[in-house]
Design a protein around this ligand. Structure first.
Ligand SMILES: NC(=O)c1ccc[n+]([C@@H]2O[C@H](COP(=O)([O-])OP(=O)(O)OC[C@H]3O[C@@H](n4cnc5c(N)ncnc54)[C@H](OP(=O)(O)O)[C@@H]3O)[C@@H](O)[C@H]2O)c1
Length: 261
């Protein structure tokens, strides 16, 4: 993994000139990101997002994200998972990607898996439901409109947070996480879930791998939302590994919440 640009280090190498790149520093930059302290906001956890997209903007290949990224994307995926108290995913992603219980972080504590669902269609044979998850079952965030029989059936394999309204409101979901002691949450998509958090302007830090592959077809983008909403971010770093790019951005107003330790 090589560094091209890092805001902290103020370096920008000419990407067409490989001699200007320092391979060892890519890992260093990633580790510097991981070592950055992230302060929860007064009313919500610090929110990170991690996604992969193809060169032509697809969020999936053959219906899954795994077909896009290479080894470096998987490295970033696992490195980022070593940070949060909770990993947040939409139910469709949990079903499509067959989510497993998150592995313990280096401190031995596993981030909690948090799933947002309206239907509560989270069958018992999903790996994250079926496999042992230590003392903490997944947390499912839903609303009072969700079907009662499914809520009852799910209650023996998950904690269920029932929020007001028809759809889970992103800020209410974050407040529910803060109530449970979550200081940092990592959203892993999918596009429909992430779109709502981006629209609510609560994504503080956003990692994007651009995979050097064109997918064509009709796969969607990495966010989906029913209207145009413009949000701005600052570039923190650019790494590349082989042909893939790893980009790190932060929400423009969020910089004050990050401290280099
Ligand atoms: N490129 C990437 O980095 C990446 C990352 C993640 C996923 N993916 C891919 O994206 C696809 C899935 O993404 P997606 O956008 O279709 O779905 P998604 O965001 O993963 O999940 C959507 C589902 O989450 C629940 N949900 C979302 N918002 C809700 C709200 N406000 N209130 C209540 N429930 C809510 C609903 O679950 P119920 O249906 O249970 O009601 C909804 O159907 C998969 O193909 C996956 O492989 C790609």
């Amino acid at each position: 993994m090589k560094q091209i640009f890092s805001r902290e280090r103020g370096t920008l190498a000419n990407s067409s000139d490989d001699a200007g790149l320092e391979p060892a520093r890519g890992r260093e930059v990633l580790e510097a990101h991981l070592a950055t302290a992230r302060d929860a906001r007064p009313d919500r956890p610090w929110m990170m997002a991690n996604m992969v997209a193809s060169l032509d903007g697809s969020a999936t290949s053959a219906g899954r994200s795994g077909g896009l990224g290479g080894e470096a994307d998987r490295d970033v995926f696992h490195a980022l998972r070593s940070l949060p108290d909770a990993i947040l995913a939409g139910a469709a992603t949990v079903r499509a990607e067959r989510y497993r219980p998150p592995r313990p972080r280096p401190d031995g504590v596993a981030p909690r898996l948090v799933i947002v669902s309206a239907s509560l269609n989270l069958p018992a044979d999903l790996p994250c439901m079926a496999e042992g998850h230590g003392s903490r079952p997944p947390l499912v965030i839903t609303t009072e409109s969700s079907p009662l029989p499914e809520r009852e059936a799910l209650s023996d394999r998950a904690e269920i947070a029932v929020l007001e309204g028809e759809r889970v409101d992103p800020r209410a979901a974050l407040a529910a996480l803060a109530d449970r002691g979550v200081g940092v949450v990592l959203c892993e998509g999918g596009p429909r879930l992430l779109g709502q958090f981006v629209a609510a302007d609560v994504v503080d830090e956003w990692y994007l791998t651009v995979a050097a592959v064109a997918v064509l077809g009709d796969a969607g983008r990495i966010t989906a939302f029913d209207q145009e909403v413009v949000r701005r971010y600052r570039l923190r770093s650019v790494l590349h590994d082989g042909d893939d790019l790893m980009l790190a951005y932060e929400r423009a107003e969020s910089s004050a919440g990050m401290r280099t330790t």
